[in-house]
Design a protein around this ligand. Sequence first.
Ligand code: NAD
Ligand code: IPM
Ligand code: MN
Length: 377
Amino acid sequence: MTLRSLRIATIAGDGVGPEVTAEAKKAVDTAGGAFGFKSEWLDFPFGGVHYLETGEVLPDEAIQEIARCDALLLGAIGRPEVKPGILERGILLALRFYFDQYINLRPSRSLPGVGTPMPFRNFDIVVVRENTEDFYMGIGGRSDGTPLESSFPIRRGLYSGEGNLYLSFDRPMACAAQVGLATEPAVRRSTAWACDKARQRGEDRVTLASKSNALPIIYGFWEDVAADEAKKKSMALEVVNVDALCYHLCREPERYGVILTPNMFGDIVSDLLAGLAGGLGTAAGANIGDGLSMFEPVHGSAPDIAGTGRSNPVAAALSASLMLEHLGEVEAAKAIERAVLDYLSEGGDALPIELGGKATTTAAGDSIAAGIRARKG
Ligand code: NAD
Ligand code: IPM
Ligand code: MN
């Protein structure tokens, strides 16, 4: 019998990205050995080093090659020497938008053996973040002296168009404006997805992170469209302003299940939840679309600890587990998840340094791989 072969693109990226991606690949290869599939890795060099050496951010040919793969595993993008936004927008966001990965799924739960700011609180939350619109559109402009005039193309999986922004004032001054966008089809599809997720989890409610008291135009629209879609899905929609939601999450996270968010709030709430769960190095994520999906930890390139062995590979390994589940290798995905949970619950010095242990990135990855092999028996 020939083994099923998965073609997986990787962009390990910057800082701790390559360190944690190596451990995620180790987990996938180990799971493949145990559960009968092969992974063919296509490694791409994009990120800060490649950009500084070549000036190249993410060429079209690479996107076309990635498109022919089954999935993309990404480490982290961003380097202190490169102006913020060039690589993050040019690689990470470009991929999310190009492949129309309209859901950013970020599960967060209390983990066995992991010390947290909230001991004795058990929570199991999934953030369903709309991943294509809001203040991430790139619509806007900056001017050294008004009036500000800016024209821009708009290209998304759902639509394309163009826009103009013109601002003038009663005095010359430097200024900048960036516009958030919400469209009905984008709000509807992410709401529908969140409702389906809640139903799969046996829940009867989705919580929407909003902020219509201060930004009634965009988030009032979100609330109206999401409420209508949730009604069609026979799902209760609870609307909470995102500031209050952050407060409640810090006190009673167990009250929440599926949290639906516009793009920017989802970014912020998912880091908050990672902190509550015990560490950014444990928080996994998936960017899901109808075409190629991309799997990556919630965290960034962590330049403050890169190269020290302190990066926790758990988030990357759990992201790889989400990837295998998405690709239909459900048993292998579960084995990685169980191996991670068993490893964490043992606690002590074997934990990653981030979680109070002494294990380097590689040692933590080895423990996870050993757990995967042991699960297969
Ligand atoms: P960050 O997530 O990289 O780091 C925040 C804090 O968490 C740091 O103290 C870091 O040491 C710690 N941390 C992160 N990952 C960890 C891990 N695996 N193990 C242990 N500790 C970990 O956020 P930042 O400092 O704001 O950003 C650094 C760079 O990463 C910037 O260039 C930013 O734009 C980029 N970034 C990229 C992504 C991505 O590629 N998905 C996500 C967020 C930030
Ligand atoms: C994330 C990151 C990105 C985002 C940045 C690097 C563009 O913070 O994936 O959480 O804001 O989505
Ligand atoms: Mn983020």
